[in-house]
Write a protein that binds this ligand. Structure first.
Ligand code: ZN
Length: 147
């Protein structure tokens, strides 16, 4: 058997090189939005857009320094935001998901800070976090393709 070993080593090396170079079988994700994907996106878009439409209610409460309503709005109607935004982000193409998820996290962290500012009665900070949340919310929605 001894004299076959060098040959075997070469064969193994060649096979390994080929496997690495050829990359093996890969599942190709669809490169563009197909009608099926767009249909799924549409399914989740409405729920997120309806929350975006109500978002400015927060601004009214902040202006009146109505901190009780700021907080009940964040935990009440906007309590659904995270789940709905996550579902919508997950319905996007894989290539668009990281950006959507990053913006989604931004929205939540601004809302958390707004909640905290409301607890402490900090109107200026609350206003800033509101506007930042709104900007990130609009950037998120601009990533969503339309059918
Ligand atoms: Zn932000």
């Amino acid at each position: 058997m001894g004299r076959f070993r060098p040959l075997l080593a070469i064969v193994v090396a060649v096979l390994a090189t080929c496997l690495i170079a050829c990359g093996g079988p890969t599942v190709k994700a669809p490169p563009t939005y197909t009608p099926e994907i767009l249909q799924r996106v549409e399914l989740y878009r409405g729920g997120v857009e309806s929350l975006r439409d109500r978002f400015p209610e927060l601004q009214g409460y902040i202006q009146k320094q109505d901190w009780v309503n700021v907080q009940s709005f964040i935990h009440g109607p906007m309590g659904e935001l995270r789940a709905r935004v996550n579902r919508l982000a997950a319905s996007l193409l894989v290539r668009d998901q990281p950006q959507a998820e990053a913006l989604a996290k931004e929205i939540y962290s601004h809302l958390e800070r707004l909640d905290e500012a409301a607890t402490n009665g900090q109107q200026v900070l609350a206003g800033q976090e509101y506007r930042n949340a709104l900007d990130d919310f609009d950037s998120f929605l601009s990533l969503i393709p339309t059918a």
